[in-house]
Design a protein. Structure first.
Length: 145
């Protein structure tokens, strides 16, 4: 029996209810310790290519004790960031203070400070991208009372 996070099941239920065909797949990634860890399932639409999302993992950076580093995951050409975040790894408990976790015009940027005095931490950003272009939005309209 495969277990999926509730968010994926809700997404699958909504897409199925709307008549969109979907396929849920599970991917694995190499971890620094050589183990394989299952990633969350990716919901892929069987509809037109324009509805396909891309999950991009940014470069892994090693953050030495007491130092800060940043990493950015970039969307493929023709796609824009719709969400993102970060992940980290070390041999014990992760000792990282995330200072930046935000979108950029081309992907997702993460910056963190390793608060450990003895262990390095591996940090990387992740971004979910969708086909489209960025639109510049003007300032908000004034609020009238």
């Amino acid at each position: 029996m495969k277990r999926f996070p509730i968010g994926v099941l809700v997404t699958a239920a909504v897409l199925a209810a709307s008549g969109t065909a979907i396929a849920v797949t599970r991917d694995t990634a190499d971890q620094p310790d050589g183990k394989k860890t299952g990633r969350p399932p990716v919901v892929k639409s069987a509809a037109a290519q324009a509805e396909v999302y891309t999950w991009v993992h940014g470069p892994h950076v090693v953050v030495p004790p007491g130092q800060a580093r940043s990493t950015e995951a970039l969307c493929p050409a023709g796609q824009v960031p719709t969400g993102g975040g970060y992940n980290g790894f070390d041999a014990g408990s992760i000792s990282i203070m995330v200072r930046t976790n935000s979108p950029t015009t081309q992907g997702w940027n993460v910056a963190g400070l390793n608060t450990s005095s003895t262990r390095s931490v591996e940090l990387w950003s992740e971004v979910i991208c969708a086909p489209g272009t960025l639109a510049e939005v003007g300032p908000p309209a004034p609020v009238s009372k």
